[in-house]
Design a protein around this ligand. Structure first.
Ligand code: BJW
Length: 253
């Protein structure tokens, strides 16, 4: 059953309409309808022979930096080619209806920003902020004129102009700490909001998956949008079964 029930849509819209502070918490599912594969879907094309969970680790970068850098270059260029969908656009429009609205995303793309959301907190970093793996200084993005590395091929990462170390993607890999400022901002927002809308996340990856749980503990109504069941179903007051681009526009009129 993938259709949200009309009563649930009505309840969710009412909760949103009455909220003073809304937090929108998003995962890979909100970008799926833009053409960005989700994390736990099989990787597409020639990348399908790799396991995303194994590539998103400091160990993978140490062992095969060109493999990991090539994968992130492919994803960065894909993210640049696609456009925000009706889900991202509805989130941006929601800001006009609530006195306060905070967007917390686990995504490393910039589709919320390009849809017009301001002050987006990125819990897992960004595809567009590479840095030196050795001295941590920010690095420039490589020239996008280069060919799209879409064949699952290795691309050697550039070297740091300061210390000659390897440049790495500015994302948070398994076993790494989330940016402290972002995590603190997320915890404050979750513990003070009236409604938390969680969209397109499997709720499996911690500490991000704590955010909706924290909101519920502090008394917020949690609304979930996801075509599939997740471990957050029992946390949510309203579960809207459907996709982000279908359901979110129906919540903002
Ligand atoms: C749709 C849709 C449509 C489809 N519309 N919906 C507690 C318990 C157990 C383990 C741990 C724990 N605490 C920490 C851990 C370890 C680990 C962890 O959580 N492991 C679990 C897998 C068990 N966590 C960490 O390692 C974290 N770090 C840490 O804890 O550090 C400790 C530390 C402290 C101090 C010093 C040092 C260390 C870091 C986690 C970083 C995660 N990074 C990644 C990669 C980012 C870069 C990249 O993108 O490559 O983040 S992993 C990946 O998962 C990515 C995502 O942001 C994240 C979440 O995935 P998401 O967004 O939920 O996507 P999917 O694919 O899982 O789900 C998509 C959903 O969309 C599905 O539900 C679909 O149904 C739905 N969907 N189409 C709406 N159209």
């Amino acid at each position: 059953d993938e259709e949200p029930r009309p009563m649930d849509l009505h309840d969710a819209a009412k909760l949103l309409g009455q909220a003073r502070h809304v937090v929108v918490f998003t995962g890979a599912g909100i970008s799926a309808e833009s053409g960005v594969p989700t994390f736990r879907d099989a990787l597409t094309g020639l990348w399908s022979r790799f396991d995303a969970q194994a590539l998103a680790t400091p160990q993978a970068f140490e062992e095969d930096p060109a493999l990991v850098w090539g994968w992130y270059e492919w994803r960065r260029q894909l993210a640049q080619r696609v456009r925000p969908n009706h889900g991202h656009l509805a989130v941006a429009r929601m800001a006009a209806h609530a006195p306060e609205l905070t967007v917390l995303t686990q995504n490393v793309d910039d589709l919320h920003e390009r849809a017009g959301s301001s002050s987006v907190t990125h819990l897992h970093g960004s595809l567009f902020a590479p840095r030196c793996a050795t001295c941590t200084r920010a690095a420039e993005l490589p020239d996008s004129a280069e060919e799209q590395p879409d064949d699952g091929r290795r691309v050697p990462p550039p070297h740091c102009r300061y210390c000659d170390g390897l440049i790495r993607p500015g994302v948070v890999w398994f076993g790494e700490a989330l940016p402290q400022e972002a995590l603190e901002a997320a915890a404050v927002a979750a513990s003070t909001c009236d409604v938390l809308l969680t969209v397109g996340t499997s709720g499996l990856v911690y500490p991000a998956a704590e955010i909706p749980r924290l909101a519920a503990r502090y008394g917020a109504a949690v609304i979930q949008v996801n075509p599939q069941p997740t471990p957050l179903d029992p946390v949510a007051r309203v579960n809207l079964h459907g996709t982000a681009a279908e359901v979110l526009p129906a919540l903002v009129s």
